[in-house]
Design a binder for this molecule. Structure first.
Ligand SMILES: *Cc1c(COP(=O)(O)O)cnc(C)c1O
Length: 365
């Protein structure tokens, strides 16, 4: 087999080996068709089986109640930033947005283009560069909001909501970078969306989970068809040609997730990874300085920290690469190191990194 590196990229990110190998095995002759899944009609029964399995595995892994629909769309999280207000802010409806990072701000800006002053910030931690999440008393909710939007994991800054924002309004959440990192109660959510390329599969597929009462609020008749959640729901995400290969890989990843014990098994691994990595950072407070200022807000998916100098940071990235570990350079606006530890990153992978970090401190600390 060809050489595989340990992949800590923030996105698109690494995928587990098994779903990729399955794709390799089935690439030239998918389901006995003599063609790849990219080469057959999206109306063919062989594709339909994959499409149906991907949808039902999302339901099964998340334990979705019957009053939720699953959609497989395109356009990434960005198109959802726009589709959500376009569909939901009809007839003067209002919305509250929780601003906790780069992506949350993008979602807010897009919503404002649609809803103007009807789209309000209920909380922001921008004054501390989003290095923590809002505390319970810091939200200024508007009682007339139709929904509250937040970002469950802040991919750039490395914070993650363990408890969701305290509101009775339907929650709408960008879960692009931590969907399926653990089991959670979906009943409070009106809508969840996630570009697949962090925790679920390749870019090009967006998973959208929408509760029936929220779907009913999407009454706009004057939106172009592709932008209407209702049309995709009615057509079982086959309104137009879906991203067939992306859906196929998504199916492979979800089937693999199920085979290893589902989301509770995945959570156990993610917690071990977090203990290893944060344990190592905290053992060397004079050398590794975390970006996030509240330990309770630390993300299990993206871990940002600084080394004492730029030179040491560059050396860290270069030497890690020599040791088979890639994707560690921090996000451009923050700098330092960012380690992304999505579901596909194993406990062993993180143990390899922390051994390297210990060694690096010994030599350079
Ligand atoms: C990566 C990311 C995005 C951007 O996703 P696209 O699919 O490129 O639109 C949005 N939100 C979060 C939380 C992300 O991690």
């Amino acid at each position: 087999m060809s050489h595989r590196v340990i992949n800590f990229y923030a996105g698109p990110a690494g995928l587990p080996l098994e779903p990729l190998k399955r794709a390799q095995d089935e690439l030239l002759d998918f389901a006995g068709t003599g063609m790849s899944v990219m080469e057959i009609s999206h109306r063919a029964k062989e594709y339909d089986a994959v499409h149906g399995e991907a949808l039902s595995l999302v339901r099964e892994l998340l334990g979705l109640p019957a009053n939720f629909k699953v959609l497989l769309l395109q356009g990434g999280a960005h198109l959802s930033f726009a589709m959500i207000p376009l569909n939901l802010l009809q007839s003067g409806r209002k919305a509250d947005y929780v601003l906790t990072g780069n992506w949350a701000e993008k979602a807010f800006k897009e919503a404002k283009l649609v809803g103007g002053d009807n789209v309000r910030a209920a909380a922001s931690t921008k004054d501390v560069k989003f290095a923590r999440l809002p505390k319970a008393g810091e939200y200024a909710w508007n009682s007339d909001a139709a929904y509250v939007h937040f970002t469950s994991n802040n991919t750039v800054e490395g914070t993650q909501f363990k408890e969701f924002p305290p509101t009775d309004k339907p929650l709408i959440c960008d879960m692009s970078s931590d969907i399926m990192w653990r089991p959670f109660d979906v009943s409070k959510f009106g809508l969840i969306y996630a570009g697949a390329q962090k925790n679920l599969g390749p870019s090009g597929v967006t998973v959208v989970i929408i509760r029936d009462d929220i779907l009913e609020m999407c009454e706009a008749q004057d939106l172009p068809s592709y932008l209407r959640f209702k049309i995709h729901a009615e057509k079982n995400s086959l309104y137009n040609t879906p991203p067939c290969f992306g859906v196929y890989i998504l199916r492979n990843v979800l089937a693999y997730n199920k085979s290893i014990g589902g989301l509770s098994a995945i959570e156990a691994n993610n917690r071990k990874k977090g203990e290893l990595l944060y344990g190592c950072i905290d053992r060397h407070p004079g050398f590794f300085k975390p970006f996030v200022i509240e330990n309770a807000d630390r993300s299990f998916m993206n871990v940002d920290f600084f080394l004492p100098t730029e030179e040491l940071t560059d050396m860290f990235v270069k030497e890690a690469k020599k040791n088979g570990m890639v994707g560690l350079k921090g996000y451009r606006d923050i700098g330092g190191i960012r380690v992304s530890t999505y579901n596909a990153v194993t406990v062993d992978n993180v143990a390899t990194l922390t051994a390297f970090m210990e060694d690096f401190v010994k030599k350079n600390g």
